[in-house]
Design a protein around this ligand. Structure first.
Ligand code: SF4
Length: 443
C-alpha cells in the first residue's frame, strides 16, 4: 500500500501515491565542487529525481550552499554523529537531511535539529540500520532481526511525533534481502509515513542489481515504497540510477526511455547477437521516448512474441529483416541491421511517430520471412507457448474430471449425474480430451 502521508523534497513529492522517486548518492568528496557537480549533473541526466551527498565535515556543509543553489535536482544532506552539521546543512538550504536519530548524540540534539527543520520547512529522512541498532534492542536483534529493525524504526517515528514533527520519511536498511522485505512489509502496515527503500551495501553492479531487484521489486510490486536507492560498489552513481529505472520500468510503475527486448538465443542463432544487442542498447540511450525495440536471433520463429514491438530486427547468417508492429519493413544485409534499424526509428520520429513503409521493400521482406520461417520448428518460444496452452488445458480438463468423478447428483440437485457450473451432464470424449491417454497413468 502507498503511504498515506506525503512530503516534498524540493519539488519532488514523496509518498501519498506520488510516483516512486529515484535517488542516488554522489561518490565524490562533497567539498570538491567541480567533481560533485559533475556527478550530480550526470545522475540527473540518467534520471535521478533526487541526489544525496555525504556531509561528514565543515567544508562539506559549506559546499552545500553552492551545490543546493546550482543542482538541477533536489539535494539531501547525509549526516551522521554530528548534529551541528545537520543544523548547518539545513541552514545551507539542503532540500532534506538524512540522519539516524540514534547516532546523533541524544534526544536534546535531535530536538534542536527538529526545531530548525520545522522553522525552515526542511523534511528529514530518519531511519535505522541493521548494523547500528540501539543497545536495548541487541538481544531482540539476535532472536528476531526483523522485529528489532521495525521496533527501532517505530521508536524513531514516535520520537518525531513527540517532537510534533511529521515532515519525514523513514528508512530501514539491512544487508539481508529477506529482512529488508519482511521489515518493510511490517512497517508499512504500522505507520503512515513515506518509506525509502534500499538494500544497504548490496554489492557489485551485477550482484547488487540482482539483490536490489529482488528485494525492492518484491516490495514495490506490493505497493510498498515511495523512493528507492540502489547501492552499488561503483564510482559511477549513474549506474545505480539506471538499475533503479529498470526495476521501475519492469514493474510498469514508471516509464522512461526505450524498452529493449531480446530473445535468449539458442542453437538456431546464426549471427553475433551479443554484439548487436549491446550496440542497440547503447544507441537507444540517446532516445527518451518509451519505444519498444526487439532483437530476435533468427526468423525461424517468425516475428512471434515480438509482434507488439514498435521496431525490431531479426537476423540470419547474411541477411536480416526490420519489422514494425509485427509487419516486415525491409530486408538488409546482417552487417547493416543495426544502422538500418536506427534509420527507420529516426524516420518514424521525423514523420511525427508514423512508420514509413515502402511497399516493395516490405514485400521483399515478407518473402524473405516466409523462406526463413519454419512453422514446425520447436523453438524455445513455441515450446513455452505449447506448455502454457497445455497447462491451461490441464486446468480445464481437471475441472471436467473432477465433475465426472463427483458422485451422481452430489451437490447438483440432479439425480442422474454431475453438472459443471449448472450445465448439462458432461461426458468425456476420449478423442478430443486434452488428457486422453494420460488420465489414468497419472498418480
Ligand atoms: S529460436 Fe528463438 S531463442 Fe532461438 S535464436 Fe531464434 S528467436 Fe532466438
Amino acid at each position: 500500500m502507498a503511504s498515506k502521508q506525503q512530503i516534498h523534497v524540493g519539488a519532488v513529492a514523496i509518498g501519498g501515491g506520488a510516483p516512486v522517486a529515484v535517488q542516488t548518492m554522489t561518490k565524490t568528496e562533497t567539498a570538491n565542487l567541480a567533481a560533485t557537480m559533475e556527478q550530480i549533473r550526470t545522475v540527473a541526466e540518467a534520471g535521478a529525481d533526487i541526489v544525496r551527498v555525504a556531509v561528514p565535515r565543515e567544508q562539506d556543509a559549506e559546499a552545500l550552499k553552492t551545490i543546493v543553489a546550482t543542482s538541477p535536482i533536489p539535494v539531501i544532506a547525509d549526516i551522521h554523529f554530528n548534529h551541528t552539521l545537520a543544523l548547518k546543512a539545513i541552514a545551507a538550504g539542503a532540500h532534506c537531511v538524512r540522519l539516524n536519530p540514534g547516532n546523533i548524540g541524544g534526544a536534546e540534539k535531535v530536538a534542536e535539529v527538529i526545531e530548525l527543520a520545522k522553522l525552515r520547512g526542511t523534511p528529514l529522512r530518519v531511519g535505522v540500520n541493521s548494523g547500528s541498532l540501539p543497545k536495548h534492542l541487541r538481544e531482540l536483534e539476535y532472536e528476531n532481526p526483523v522485529e528489532a529493525l521495525v521496533t527501532a524504526a517505530i521508536e524513531t517515528v514516535e520520537l518525531m511525533e513527540r517532537l510534533d514533527f511529521t515532515n519525514f520519511k523513514v528508512s530501514m536498511k539491512s544487508t539481508s534481502v529477506p529482512n529488508t522485505i519482511a521489515s518493510n512489509r511490517l512497517l508499512a502496515e504500522r505507520i503512515p509515513y513515506p518509506l525509502h527503500l534500499g538494500v544497504t551495501e548490496a554489492g557489485t553492479k551485477w550482484s547488487g542489481s540482482l539483490k536490489s531487484a529482488v528485494g525492492l521489486g518484491t516490495l514495490l510490486a506490493d505497493g510498498i515504497g515511495d523512493t528507492i536507492r540502489i547501492s552499488l560498489s561503483t564510482f559511477h552513481a549513474e549506474e545505480e540510477v539506471k538499475v533503479a529505472w529498470e526495476i521501475l520500468k519492469a514493474l510498469k510503475l514508471r516509464e522512461r526511455g526505450p524498452d529493449l527486448i531480446a530473445c535468449p538465443t539458442c542453437g538456431r542463432l546464426q549471427f553475433d547477437m551479443d554484439t548487436v544487442v549491446a550496440d542497440v542498447e547503447r544507441r537507444l540511450e540517446a532516445y527518451e521516448d518509451p519505444i519498444e525495440v526487439s532483437v530476435l536471433g533468427c526468423a525461424v520463429n517468425g516475428i512471434g512474441e515480438a509482434r507488439h514491438a514498435d521496431f525490431g530486427i531479426t537476423g540470419a547468417k547474411d541477411m536480416g529483416m526490420i519489422y514494425s508492429k509485427g509487419e516486415p519493413l525491409k530486408k538488409v544485409p546482417t552487417a547493416q541491421l543495426v544502422d538500418e534499424l536506427f534509420k527507420e526509428i529516426d524516420r518514424y520520429y521525423a514523420a511525427g511517430k508514423t512508420v514509413q513503409r515502402d511497399e516493395s521493400a516490405a514485400a521483399d521482406a515478407r518473402a524473405w520471412l516466409a523462406e526463413n520461417e519454419d512453422v514446425t520448428a520447436m523453438t524455445p518460444e513455441r515450446i513455452a507457448a505449447l506448455e502454457a496452452a497445455a497447462a491451461q488445458q490441464d486446468e480445464s480438463a481437471g475441472a471436467v474430471l473432477e465433475a465426472m468423478l463427483t458422485p451422481s447428483g452430489q451437490g447438483t440437485g440432479d439425480p442422474h449425474g454431475p453438472e459443471v457450473d449448472g450445465a448439462e451432464a458432461v461426458v468425456l470424449d476420449e478423442t478430443v480430451s486434452p488428457v486422453a491417454g494420460r488420465r489414468f497413468s497419472r498418480s
